[in-house]
Design a protein around this ligand. Sequence first.
Ligand code: ATP
Ligand code: MG
Length: 421
Amino acid sequence: MKLQSIKGMNDIVPPDSSTWQLAEQLLGDILQSYGYRQIRLPIMEKTAVFERSIGDVTDIVQKEMYTFEDRNGDSLTLRPEGTAGCVRALLQHGLLNQQNRKLWYIGPMFRHERPQKGRYRQFHQIGVEVFDLAGPDIDAELIMMTARMWKTLELTDLRLEINTLGTVENRRQYSRELHQYFSDRRDQLDADSINRLERNPMRILDSKNPSLGELIDQAPRLDQYLDEHSRAHFAGLCEILDKAGIAYSVNPHLVRGLDYYSNTVFEWITDSLGAQGTVCAGGRYDGLVELLGGKPTQAIGFAMGLERLIELSETRLTREDRSAVDIYIISTNEALAAEVLLYAESIRSAAPRWQVICHCGGGSIKSQMRKADRSDAKLVLIIGEQELVDSTVTIKPLRNQAAQFTVPRSESIEALREFVA
Ligand code: ATP
Ligand code: MG
């Protein structure tokens, strides 16, 4: 039986890996330009880190976590998201100070979901967490930064939905009201919603079942329960987004799955990926740091799913071929291997960004030329007996009609620059 990868856990092989690298580079540069610093965290945590933070009535904790027992009996979990581990690390190292306010991470996340297009069991996120800033200015800046990311990736069909959840207290009152409303209409709910009713009635608003649409539309709305401060916060965010020309719609049913959100929540959504349309989701979680044992600390963050994002940005990401070979070096004689390798080293020292391939493994000139051709290199460089004696190299352009020529190796970089940008 052939060995296969685990269902829902994908290999990213060339040339797709180049697309990923470019996406990561473009997004990483933007994060850098806003002053974010990367944090690298383990992909596994003690299960309690997630149970305590994400909330044990959420889909993630109830159904989706990869949890197993370590050899010493500890319960461990492959991280389903990045925020909990990030807060755990900051608390552990006492890092919640000025310099570490703005952080980002990238890496695989694990959720045991039904694999389908845009939904995998190992997937990748880039996420951002900001601490100790009350907003709404930082809320707006985060959204503006994501808008810049979409622009860089040339994505045009993403729409922004925002909402405010108010304070934990606002939500508690509202939850009680919703519980009453849906309990009175229990016979109209589906099994999933009945399940949510006792544990987290707000999640019923999130239901994707169209036959609940009307019931949900007529449910009491959270905005009636917001306190003054939460209202002002949300109005402040909307005002900045308006001034920045960022279009959004307020979706009162946007509640997000996790328990730790408060006030601002947002999602960037596309219609071109079918049901898996949320590309980036985030919000404020002012209560989480305290919940995990720290001092009360405001916080806001978001995470974007790279699989969905890269699928959408294909046009932009495949335009530059990062795997393009610039130079392919061959020789007439295997005894010249050292000569070829050393010459290649000197080119790389002079032009570190060029991609230089040395032909390895010998073979006739004809077969080496064929391989050079197939590599799509711009130039093939030939070192033969004569070139060895004269310390020269023969340069043969492959992509245009220019004739081949021979130059001293010591002056060859200048000649190569004519062909390789
Ligand atoms: P969904 O409603 O699609 O299940 P979610 O609310 O569970 O998303 P978050 O926890 O907010 O997702 O994660 C942020 C982003 O990570 C999502 O918007 C999505 O782009 C991506 N994401 C989440 N789960 C998966 C998955 N199983 N496979 C691929 N991407 C995912
Ligand atoms: Mg989910």
